[in-house]
Design a protein around this ligand. Structure first.
Ligand SMILES: C=C(O[C@@H]1C=C(C(=O)O)C=C[C@H]1O)C(=O)O
Length: 373
């Protein structure tokens, strides 16, 4: 028997879908006009500040029942399609495909951007600096392992700008062509993944010989070539390289999260809820670091991170990486940065960008291979 009420509801949906499509196309025509203006003025296609403002406004105005995370997921792809109409955005990251950097990049730029994997982190920076990519996505710190030294060094050395950030939950799996743990004699893994799964490995894979790899996806590729081995990687890398997942979530602490930054070459527009990353060095004298930090206290600016790193050009001197609340174009931040810079021996503003919430990281759903959270 035909269910008339179901058919009627579906006719309602068809009419609404047509309306959504018409309106999306109206939106795309405006996007094309903006694209032409940008081309005339030599402006970048990608404007992360504007995109974040678009999403935040919609999340705030959303009456439901559509959850906020779905509003963001839908708009991630609408914005990707919009950018693609203006100029396909080339996004570079540490490859091969399906590293966590790739997942982070997809969570920011959606599926219709053009993704350009690189063999090493330095190549990611070079691709951006040489204009071969428009933006780069690189890891900057992990909740268990701390700062990513190589990224910090390259931020010091290269003229790039931080234009965005995102937090991604890192869920490692033990993946292999073998049917069980018993036959695994070798473990391929990125050193950070090893650090995050130390306890689990010592309990379950004590006898395996460990081989460090430049990325988790490379580890998966190695394990695919050798049935007596396993890799620590994410579920997408396992799928891609034909491995089975022998154990899920093998990291020692739940809530293992990596913060990624988006790099570009130009300054970002303020959104009203931004963060600014800076890099500085101080003189070798009592109170020198305190003098700089005091400026931020006096201006009421919250410092969310400070980390030191050896200065490779000058042994036994240190660089400080810090993040403070606000945008470098906000008057009170601008004043504080000027004053702080006057108390340092080296000072670089790495960039201002929309603030992401570390307590609500992007989650990559193991069962459904989808983003949420
Ligand atoms: C349309 C624009 O270009 C891009 C696409 C956006 C959009 O679709 O809303 C927003 C910012 C840009 O990254 C724009 O700058 O407004």
């Amino acid at each position: 028997m035909r269910d008339h009420s179901l058919e009627k509801l579906r006719r309602g949906i068809d009419a609404l879908d047509q309306e959504i499509l018409d309106r999306l196309n109206r939106r795309m025509r405006l996007v094309e006009q903006i694209g032409r203006i940008k081309a005339e003025k030599g402006l970048d296609t990608f404007d992360p500040g504007r995109e974040e403002a678009v999403c935040r406004r919609l999340v705030e105005a959303n009456p439901g029942p559509l959850p906020a995370e779905s509003v963001r997921a839908i708009y991630r792809e609408i914005l990707a399609a919009s950018r693609k109409l203006q100029q396909p955005l080339k996004v570079t990251f540490l490859g091969p495909e399906w590293t966590y950097s790739h997942l982070a990049a997809l969570s920011v730029f959606g599926h219709t951007a053009r993704y350009v994997p690189q063999a090493a982190l330095v190549d990611v920076f070079d691709s951006l600096c040489k204009g071969l990519s428009h933006v780069a996505v690189v890891p900057i710190e992990n909740s268990l392992e701390g700062g990513i030294g190589q990224t910090m060094d390259l931020l010091y050395e290269r003229p790039v700008r931080v234009v965005g950030e995102c937090y991604l939950e890192v869920a490692h799996c033990l993946c292999s062509r073998a049917a069980d743990f018993g036959s695994i004699g070798k473990l391929y893994a990125h050193p950070h993944a090893l650090g995050q799964c130390r306890k689990w490995i010592s309990e379950h894979l004590r006898h395996a010989e460990i081989f460090e790899c430049a990325s988790t996806a490379k580890a998966a590729r190695e394990a695919a070539a050798d049935p007596a081995s396993a890799a620590l990687c994410n579920v997408k890398a396992a799928e891609h390289y034909g491995l089975s997942v022998l154990a899920e979530r093998v990291e020692d602490h739940p809530g293992n999260t990596t913060r990624f930054i988006v790099l570009g070459l130009k300054e970002n527009t303020p959104t009203g809820d931004d963060k600014t990353s800076i890099l500085f060095a101080v003189a070798d004298k009592p109170g020198a670091l305190y003098q700089v930090l005091d400026v931020f206290t006096l201006h009421g600016l919250n410092m969310t991170r400070i980390e030191s790193r050896p200065n490779r050009l000058h042994p036994w001197q240190y660089l400080f990486f810090a993040d403070i609340g606000g945008h470098e174009k906000d008057k009170h931040v601008e004043d504080a940065l000027k004053e702080a810079a006057s108390r340092t021996t080296f000072f670089k503003v790495l960039g201002s960008y929309p603030r992401a919430n570390p307590r609500n990281p992007i989650r990559f759903d193991l069962e459904r291979s989808r983003f949420g959270g």
